[in-house]
Design a protein around this ligand. Structure first.
Ligand code: ATP
Ligand code: MG
Length: 234
């Protein structure tokens, strides 16, 4: 069964004044274990779509169904809880909390979920080790490079074992080497934990590493193709 299905997903900004048709009738189905890239020109609706898939915004019409449940049926607090438990987010700007250490940034969501401290400590250590930062647990974001900060963001997104991870241009602020390293880590999480990823990008080398490429133009799906991902030759 698909993890995410969208039906007639449409988002019009400012419908009453100067309407902007950001998404038009998008029909998508995302299966568990996908490694999918969302592409298209600037303004084509990628961020709008990711926000809707993650329940950060509500559609003008149509719906997003996650594991058979329509997000529209959830009340505000239920949706907040659902996001916390089921969806991992990685944004273009690293969005780490500057006064927290790497470990605290990753632990944060688990603390919100009121998990036992011992479990949190162990999980945080495990995750930061997996993203290659096992020796930087106590570093604050400003002491880390952009690539390292984004790897903390990946660890944080994975912390709650979400159903899927939405990443909006996760490599946009990274040099190409750090970008490829981040993709290596995402790919490993995808392969070893069957974690589903949907990431938007403008970078052709990042697109080449996806197994499915969904292309938006003017808010509509222009093409949706499966491709043989390019292996990363370090
Ligand atoms: N809050 C908003 N209010 C009004 N219009 C908006 C808003 N957010 C986005 N838009 C418009 O909706 C359209 C889609 O924007 P979106 O940010 O989803 O594009 P994108 O594909 O993510 O672009 P980029 O590649 O530049 O990030 C654009 O025309 C944009 O100007
Ligand atoms: Mg965008």
């Amino acid at each position: 069964m698909a993890i995410i299905t969208t039906r007639g997903l449409t988002r019009i900004y400012n419908p009453k004044t100067v309407p902007v048709y950001a998404l038009r009738n998008v029909e998508l189905s995302i299966e568990e274990g996908e490694f999918t890239s969302l592409v298209g020109p600037s303004g084509s609706g990628k961020t709008t779509l990711l926000n809707l898939l993650g329940g950060l915004d509500t559609p003008t019409s149509g719906e997003v169904v996650v594991d058979g449940v329509s997000l529209a049926q959830m009340g505000d607090s239920e949706l907040i809880d659902f996001r916390l438990q089921h969806i991992g987010f990685i944004f273009q700007a690293y969005n780490l909390i500057p006064v927290f250490t790497a470990a605290e940034n990753v632990a944060f969501i688990l603390l919100l979920q009121k998990r036992p401290c011992q479990e949190i400590d162990q999980r945080v250590q495990e995750l930061l080790t997996e993203v290659g930062l096992g020796d930087r647990l106590n570093a604050r974001p400003k002491e880390l490079s952009g690539g390292q900060q984004q790897r903390v963001a990946v660890a944080r997104a994975l912390a709650s074992r979400p159903r899927f991870i939405l990443a909006d241009e996760p490599t946009a602020n990274l040099d190409s080497q750090s970008a490829m390293k981040l993709l290596d880590i995402m790919e490993k999480m995808n392969r070893e934990h069957r974690m589903t990823f949907i990431f938007s990008t403008h970078d052709q080398r990042v697109i080449n590493r996806a197994r499915r490429v969904i292309r938006l133009v003017d808010g509509a799906v222009e093409s949706d193709q499966i491709q043989q991902p390019e292996p990363h030759l370090a």
